[in-house]
Design a protein around this ligand. Structure first.
Ligand code: NAP
Length: 305
């Protein structure tokens, strides 16, 4: 039987990915939405989350799709009200608040799932399997996209806690931290801030183990979401955000579509709830926090979204 779930924060990602993924899921039934303005046709909608929690005790799982800064208050209220919680990426505005949520979920025997949708991209698992047991000699991420194309009108990305170019960059870091056979740590960063923005629009990162990353939100035309990993046994290229894989320059798996990522997240949430488990992995966000701690700041011209 399909379990009832509520979606909170009906904006771009909820409508693009969460609603179709739930509609196609054998595990879930979208029973309500909670959003100040957004709604989904044919689905019961609420605007007040506190009232929803009181009115619908039968909906025991909520998926939070709003930006990271307001998300903690919703997640805490949901856990205190006995609901299992699924968090969009990044799982919070700070590491501490996610640790607090994890402790609260554990104390109440509830599931907390910090999702990383890019880890569910089709070629990530085969890439991880190919790298297992190999020695990485170099790795580089190139993650360059056009913020105006992907985040129209979303001013929160340039406000404190919005993460700037790390909003997409953390997707690359979620893949990197999944596939590398040995963990790495950040050793340096150069962060480029438009003079009118609170968060960076570009970042160059270096890590231990000869690993580096280049994130830029000013790329118009073709978009680039590539990770190259070199080993003594050859080279691996993940392209299209982890959806296609090349070994030694030869395509071996995947296709250019992200449509499998969110169905896989909802299947994982169903397993976690059924097993009474949580999954909380802060490795990608730790690298971002380290970059914001250690980064050198450059200032560039003002940017209007
Ligand atoms: P969004 O469209 O700007 O916001 C989603 C919804 O959250 C809004 O429509 C709004 O709904 C609600 N919201 C916004 N600010 C709020 C606040 N202060 N308090 C309460 N609710 C608020 O953002 P999005 O693009 O969907 O991104 C949301 C999250 O998904 C982010 O963490 C992002 O990194 C992640 N994500 C986005 C994408 C993408 O392509 N955009 C892809 C993957 C993951 P109401 O006004 O109706 O309340």
């Amino acid at each position: 039987m399909r379990q009832k779930i509520a979606l909170v924060g009906i904006g771009k990602i909820a409508l693009d990915q969460h609603v179709p993924a739930i509609a196609a899921s054998p595990d879930w039934q979208l029973a309500a939405t909670i959003s100040r303005k957004g709604s989904v046709e044919g689905i019961e909608s609420h605007t007040d989350f506190t009232a929803f929690l009181v009115l619908r005790p039968d909906i025991t799982v909520v998926s939070l799709c709003m930006p990271p800064v307001p998300r903690f208050a919703f997640a805490e209220a949901a856990l205190l009200a006995g609901r299992h919680v699924m968090l969009e990426k990044p799982p919070g505005a700070t590491l501490s608040e996610v640790h607090a949520l994890a402790a609260l979920a554990a104390s109440k025997g509830l599931t907390l799932y910090t999702t990383w949708h890019s880890r569910m991209a089709q070629a990530v698992a085969p890439a991880k399997a190919w790298l297992a047991g190999k020695t990485v000699t170099r790795a580089h991420i190139t993650w360059r996209e056009d913020v105006r194309k992907w985040h129209p009108g979303q001013d929160w990305v340039f406000e404190p806690g919005g993460m700037g170019v790390f909003d997409p960059g953390i997707n690359a870091l979620s893949i990197l931290t999944e596939i590398l056979p040995k963990p790495v740590h950040l050793t340096g960063a150069t962060l480029t801030f438009p003079e009118n923005c609170q968060t960076p629009i570009a970042a160059a990162l270096t890590f231990s183990g000869n690993v580096s990353a280049d994130f830029d939100w000013r790329q118009t035309g073709p978009q680039t979401w590539d990770i190259t990993v070199e080993t003594a046994e050859g080279r691996l290229d993940l392209r299209m955000g982890g959806n296609t894989l090349e070994i030694g320059g030869v395509p071996v798996s995947g296709e250019n579509s992200i449509m499998g990522e969110y169905p896989a997240l909802y299947a994982r949430m169903a397993s976690l709830v059924a097993e009474g488990q949580s999954e909380v992995d802060l490795a990608p966000m730790t690298h971002v926090a380290d970059a914001l701690t250690l980064g050198r700041r450059l200032t560039t011209e003002a940017f209007i979204l």
